[in-house]
Ligand binder design. Structure first.
Ligand SMILES: Cc1cc2nc3c(=O)[nH]c(=O)nc-3n(C[C@H](O)[C@H](O)[C@H](O)COP(=O)(O)OP(=O)(O)OC[C@H]3O[C@@H](n4cnc5c(N)ncnc54)[C@H](O)[C@@H]3O)c2cc1C
Ligand SMILES: NC(=O)c1ccc[n+]([C@@H]2O[C@H](COP(=O)([O-])OP(=O)(O)OC[C@H]3O[C@@H](n4cnc5c(N)ncnc54)[C@H](O)[C@@H]3O)[C@@H](O)[C@H]2O)c1
Length: 465
């Protein structure tokens, strides 16, 4: 096979890589998109989408089990094999959608191979070919960390890469790591009838920047599962089960263990040292968060592989910017970054956006344990903390509240629009909705910032809101 030449080589055909290739090609570059598998992105195949499909099944089970609250008797039977079949069937449709996009690439753009650097403008492929390029985008994603003791567990050790392949649900599951992956999947499994224990070496839940929000999600989770904070258990395979030992003499057996202890960037094996980039002790190159360029090299790094904001919409935006900048190298343009914004799809969802609470900021809190619409729907739990500057301009929020994924979008858009609490209160709030609950936090910010609550607006909540 003969060597290859291009303007922009993109390493990795995930969300960031596919977007980068497209942006570079639209900017007039001759592109190559290099991936050993073209497996249809982590998001569609083993990340966002199958996890949300499992969560959707869990929500159906949970709603059926609690229908009694409303006077409706149900006795749900969970067919674990059918649950997993639907997860995979719908997941496969998402993956097929990605494969369709890959099939529409111009001929000879997709190269099925693993790549690594031989120099700043030279790549080597594992099929022996060499690629000479003007610029490169690294978009190699991240991979689940697997601490050594768990490697001996064989098929009893799950990660996001194989959990969705389970034929049926296990009776019991230990989840190691109370981050996004761990908590979303732990609660879903528990609501599907699996006995779940979550272990985390941290003493307290750290999913949010706010202690109150961490406490709200902790009490919600403990209705479904056991949380063992401050533990880093030792695993041992015993036949077809895993024994975990922790603390002084405590132990328990589980059918399976799900490892969710972090997702470091997949940069091993890229031979980045051959590019001339200076690397930190983890092998990470220094890169600009504005342009995604590594030093002054013709190399850009996007998505989970740069470790900055390892979430989907950031991978997509960064991919577009890295692709465009690689095509226009050496004249990269800065990325117009949106605020920090994360959502954990637990029930209630947890979100954090913009700036967190700080010494210079004001906060208002909306209590959702006593909110009208939340009580109607029997989901009254949690809180929303809205943060503002001293003039009452919204700068961020932390929350754990019913439909918190939607509330968080209203808030992050308001932060981007540089809206003040008073501006926000001028908008209509339909009754009875969860949005209406935000008003109490906004009024507190008006008061603390000594700004007027707009004329013609209520000064306190009407009954039932
Ligand atoms: C269980 C789970 C749930 C998630 N849920 C959400 C969610 O709800 N919302 C959200 O915003 N985010 C979520 N995420 C995060 C989201 O999936 C990632 O941020 C996103 O998929 C990252 O995309 P990427 O393009 O950076 O990497 P990837 O999609 O992983 O693509 C990387 C590609 O690089 C290729 N590659 C690696 N090394 C090489 C090499 N040397 N040569 C060639 N190719 C290479 C790989 O084969 C792969 O195709 C979730 C993640 C997980 C694991
Ligand atoms: N809804 C979403 O947006 C979503 C969902 C899932 C994943 N993700 C992405 O995936 C990334 C990785 O998620 P993650 O949950 O794997 O990692 P994480 O870094 O968010 O959490 C890992 C947790 O594991 C704990 N831990 C580490 N080593 C341990 C050990 N040996 N024993 C016990 N506990 C240990 C840590 O204290 C930490 O709480 C997230 O940062 C996020 O960007 C996003």
């Amino acid at each position: 096979m003969s060597d290859l030449t291009c303007d922009v080589a993109v390493i990795g055909a995930g969300t960031a890589g596919m977007t980068a290739e497209n942006a570079a090609r639209k900017a007039g570059a001759r592109t190559l998109l290099i991936d050993p598998a073209f497996a249809g992105t982590v998001c569609a195949s083993v990340g966002c989408m199958p996890s949300k499909l499992l969560i959707a099944a869990a929500r159906a089970a949970h709603d059926a089990a609690r229908a009694e609250i409303f006077g409706i008797a149900t006795d749900p039977v969970i067919d674990g094999a059918a649950v997993m079949r639907r997860v995979r069937a719908e997941r496969d449709r998402f993956v097929a959608g990605v494969q369709n996009s890959l099939d529409r690439l111009p001929p000879d753009v997709a190269i099925r191979a693993r790549a690594w650097f031989e120099g700043p403008t030279a790549l080597r492929l594992d099929d022996g070919r060499r690629v000479t390029t003007r610029a490169t985008v690294i978009a190699t994603g991240s991979a689940p960390a697997i601490p050594d003791p768990y490697r001996d567990l064989g098929d009893l050790c799950l990660t996001n890469r194989n959990i969705f392949e389970l034929e049926t649900l296990p009776d019991s599951l230990a989840v190691i790591g109370a981050g996004n992956v761990g908590l979303e999947l732990a609660q879903a499994m528990a609501r599907l009838g699996v006995q779940v224990t979550v272990f985390d070496r941290g003493d307290t839940l750290g999913i949010s920047r706010s202690d109150e929000v961490n406490e709200a999600i902790r009490t919600a989770l403990e209705r479904d599962l056991t949380l063992r904070m401050g533990t880093s258990p030792e695993p041992r395979r015993e036949g077809e089960r895993v024994r975990l030992d922790w603390g002084d003499g405590q132990s328990q057996h589980f059918d399976r263990v799900l490892l969710a202890v972090g997702r470091p960037p997949q940069i091993d094996g890229l031979d980045l040292e051959k590019t001339g980039a200076s690397l930190d002790d983890k092998g990470m190159p220094d890169f600009s968060r504005d342009t995604l360029q590594i030093a002054d090299l013709p190399i850009y790094i996007a998505g989970d592989s740069n470790g900055f904001r390892p979430i989907l919409h950031e991978a997509s935006t960064e991919g577009a910017v890295a692709g465009r900048n690689a095509a226009h190298h050496p004249d990269p343009r800065s990325l117009d970054r949106t605020p920090h914004f994360t959502i954990t799809f637990t029930d209630p969802p947890v979100a954090s956006l913009g700036e967190g609470p700080g010494p210079q900021s004001l906060s208002g809190t909306a209590d959702y344990s006593d909110q009208g619409r939340a009580k109607v729907d029997a989901v009254a739990h949690g809180l929303v903390q809205i943060h503002a500057d001293r003039h009452g301009r919204l700068i961020g929020a932390d929350l754990c509240a019913p439909q918190g994924d939607h509330l968080a979008h209203h808030l992050v858009w308001a932060v981007m629009d540089r809206v003040t609490a008073a501006d926000f209160l001028r908008r209509p709030f339909y009754h009875p909705t969860l949005e209406e609950g935000l008003k109490s936090a906004l009024r507190q910010i008006c008061k603390a910032s000594e700004t007027e609550i707009p004329a013609d607006r209520d000064l306190k909540d009407p009954p039932g809101s």
